[in-house]
Design a protein around this ligand. Structure first.
Ligand code: P1T
Length: 378
């Protein structure tokens, strides 16, 4: 089936008792058992919930994977993937990942004996060089948050697989509508479902998609043992969101392309980051490995003072963390999403004090352009 059909129907059936077209919110923490060891496959809601299962089935179909495992947040999904590995294992990571991913790895999991090596995975030769006998996982984010650096998923997967190393991809910025890493050779796909999958900025969630049964079973064990599970209402919201993923992504993308061109032609921003611009260093790669460029644009306005001016002047773009919702947001990565990265490293990665990030929503693009125009006129 085509993506839009799968978005609406993938993994969904009418509810068997009433025929309800939409899987209900099974708001229960436990299930009646008919006798010891006799139940309907549901014992306790940390372990199983029908609303969560309907949502997981849908995401698995959209990411072209066999299994999906849902978590309470994107961070807990990433945490669960990394927990597949053990003390002493080394994980090679894209240097410009979401700041929370960096914080989880460097400030928490590094203390538990995992080792993280942050490198520029946009350069396959760097990946080749970074892998050692201790490397257990290659973890990439593409395009990256917030400078939209693109890694060649097929090329780095080939390098990692030659050494028997699995590859995990944080696909949050693209969504499965625009990019399906499993089809490009990756082994594990991760999402912050808080973003495009849900699309309405009204829940927090994460999900992991994969084909390997033994990793899936371990992830299910972690999901149940740790308990970082999404509640049924959040699963229901995310599942409602995925039904319109295709139509939303088309509009995010159309608006972002127009705005990126507009910003690139404006004299004030010094640098614009958007993989859809022909001068983006991995524009051709992105064109080949994805079905579009997404809805996130970053630009460098030169200094903190100038960034603050823009952030203070916008009227339609709302100053807020997060991205991927129907409403346009603006943020300041250096002090918001990427505040936990040491200043020197942050600046080297392009996350300067003057960097501003836009999550382009699905509003009328003329209104968004006019808002940027007035915000940049100072
Ligand atoms: O917020 P949470 O659902 O836990 O997801 C974390 C996460 C993981 N991966 C990427 C690429 C992300 O962008 C995020 C969360 N990002 C933001 C909150 C943000 O404003 O960038």
């Amino acid at each position: 089936m085509g993506f839009s059909t799968d978005a609406v129907h993938g993994g969904q059936e009418a509810e068997p008792i009433t025929g309800a077209v939409i899987t209900p919110i099974f708001q229960t923490s436990t299930y009646k058992q008919d006798g010891l060891g006799r139940h309907k496959g549901y014992e306790y809601a940390r372990t199983h919930n029908p609303t969560r299962e309907a949502y997981e089935r849908n995401i698995a179909v959209l990411e072209r994977g066999k299994y999906a495992v849902a978590f309470a947040s994107g961070m807990s999904a990433i945490d669960a993937v990394v927990r597949l590995f053990k003390e002493g294992d080394e994980i090679v990571v894209t240097d410009n990942v979401y700041g929370g991913t960096y914080r989880l790895f460097e400030q928490l999991l590094a203390n538990a004996g995992l080792r993280f090596k942050f490198i520029d995975t946009a350069k396959p030769a760097e990946v080749e060089k970074a892998i050692t006998g201790q490397t257990a996982l290659l973890f990439i984010e593409t395009p990256t948050n917030p400078t939209l650096k693109v890694t060649d998923i097929a090329a780095v997967s080939e390098i990692a697989h030659k050494r028997g190393i699995p590859v995990a991809v944080d696909n949050t910025f693209m969504s499965p509508y625009l990019q399906t890493p499993l089809e490009l050779g990756a082994d594990i796909v991760i999402h912050s479902a808080t973003k495009y999958l849900n699309g309405h900025s009204d829940m927090v969630g994460g999900v992991v998609v994969l084909n390997d049964k033994s990793y899936m079973e371990k992830l299910r064990f972690i999901q149940n043992a740790v308990g970082a599970v999404p509640g049924p209402f959040d699963c229901w919201l995310a599942l409602r969101g995925t039904k319109t993923l295709a139509v939303r992504m088309k509009q995010h993308e159309e608006n972002a392309r127009i705005l990126a061109k507009y910003i690139a032609g404006h004299p004030r921003p010094q640098k614009v980051y958007y993989p859809g611009l022909p001068d983006h260093p991995q524009h051709v790669l992105q064109t080949n490995q994805a079905r579009g460029f997404g809805g996130i644009i970053s630009f460098d306005i030169g200094s903190l003072a100038e960034a603050e001016k823009v952030l203070g002047r916008v009227k339609l773009f709302m100053l807020a963390e997060s991205l991927g919702g129907v409403e346009s947001l603006i943020s300041h990565p250096a002090t918001m999403t990427h505040g936990s990265i040491p200043e020197q490293d942050r600046i080297k990665l392009g996350v300067t004090d003057g960097l501003v990030r836009l999550s382009v929503g699905i509003e009328d693009v003329e209104d968004l352009r006019a808002d940027l125009e007035q915000a940049l006129s100072f």
